[in-house]
Design a protein around this ligand. Sequence first.
Ligand code: CU
Length: 148
Amino acid sequence: MRLCLFLIFSLILLGVGCSDRDISSITIKNAWVRQNIPPQSVTAAYLAIHNEGMATALISASTPVAEVAEIHVMTTDGNIMRMKKIDRLPIPEDGSATLQPRGNHLMLIGLRRDLAPGDSIALTLTFANGYTQTLRAPVVSFRNEGRR
Ligand SMILES: [Cu+2]
């Protein structure tokens, strides 16, 4: 009986330890958004996700400046690069996922205003492990993109 209680107590401790590790394990770096070119009301956002915990996935994104934010991956169809909406972007255990130009990105669709260089937007990211983070991403001129 005593051993049993001890085991249960240990499991509870372990459980708490694990979820703490998961929640604090994600760091988001280098977030930025490409300025849109009016009258186009779409653009893309990029960032790097670092995970020091168990495998998870990015499952949604949102921003007050766009009606929709979708997770897009790039696929090749013959010689043609196409983008495709996905429901979850896997983030490996102790790994990372990078969203960058000509690669995977967040597609901001239905911009409510034009995004000009010097501006910044709020981006909220939600992960499969329950972690959610809101961060600010600067708007970058498409002319300066190569420097990033
Ligand atoms: Cu896209």
